[in-house]
Design a protein around this ligand. Sequence first.
Ligand SMILES: Nc1ncnc2c1ncn2[C@@H]1O[C@H](COP(=O)(O)OP(=O)(O)OP(=O)(O)O)[C@@H](O)[C@H]1O
Ligand SMILES: [Mg+2]
Length: 255
Amino acid sequence: MIVVEDVKKRFGKVVALDGVSLRIERGARVALVGTNGSGKTTLLRAMAGLLSIEGRIAIDGVDVARSPERALRSLAYVPQIAPPLEAPVLEVVRAHATLRGLAPSAVAARASRLGLDLPAIAKVRFRDLSGGMKQKLLAALALATDAKILVCDEPTANLDPVARDAFFEEIAARRADSVLVVCSHRVDEVRGLVDRVVDLRDGRVFTDLAVARAGRAGRAGRAKEIEPEPERGRGRAQERVSEWALEPCAPSRAS
Ligand SMILES: Nc1ncnc2c1ncn2[C@@H]1O[C@H](COP(=O)(O)OP(=O)(O)OP(=O)(O)O)[C@@H](O)[C@H]1O
Ligand SMILES: [Mg+2]
């Protein structure tokens, strides 16, 4: 469903992505992890069509760079950093709803489930919202689209615990054939949601592991072997598995 082929991105002298290739199939739930500056946000922004890149990203066979409107129709994106929008919340919601063919009430309903009272903040400038309120609104905008592919960049970093739980309930309730790509530093949180963990280092895929979902109760996850891999990859995978407190497993694809 999402094909990332040898994607490279430079910002001046900084190589943010250095040849990333991934295939993300229908129904996949993928965590993107890695240290600060490893290229996670750059990769997600590239998937969302927000960056020019070398290489190719296609969604359902449609090239994101060549036909962004068509390719991105089925994708919703929650950015790590909220844009500094001057417009009041109501206008932001209306503009998004028009672009995505939604009723503004659909956004209000999602916002309410995340604990955000949209009518109460309708006239507030988006940029004046608190960090957590912005994040709730951005999540509500994305969730309201019911897009087949949801790409979230540290979506709960600013949320209080109640809102965080509500967000994960919304994610868990998505259709089984939908795709989730979520970037997070909070391993325990995403372990209950994902069945694959891609670890970026220095703009490259360091390990790419299939894991059994841990469940929201925080049980230890169990990884499963999905294809044979070279010894070098196995060593890397074992290292990551111990970090994640998972049972021994094998990487799906090591770079
Ligand atoms: N717009 C930009 N202009 C210049 N450099 C950038 C830009 N965006 C990212 N970079 C650089 O690219 C590298 C990767 O950044 P990126 O934001 O993708 O990392 P990240 O893995 O998301 O990190 P974090 O965990 O801190 O969010 C970093 O060295 C960063 O400074
Ligand atoms: Mg980031």
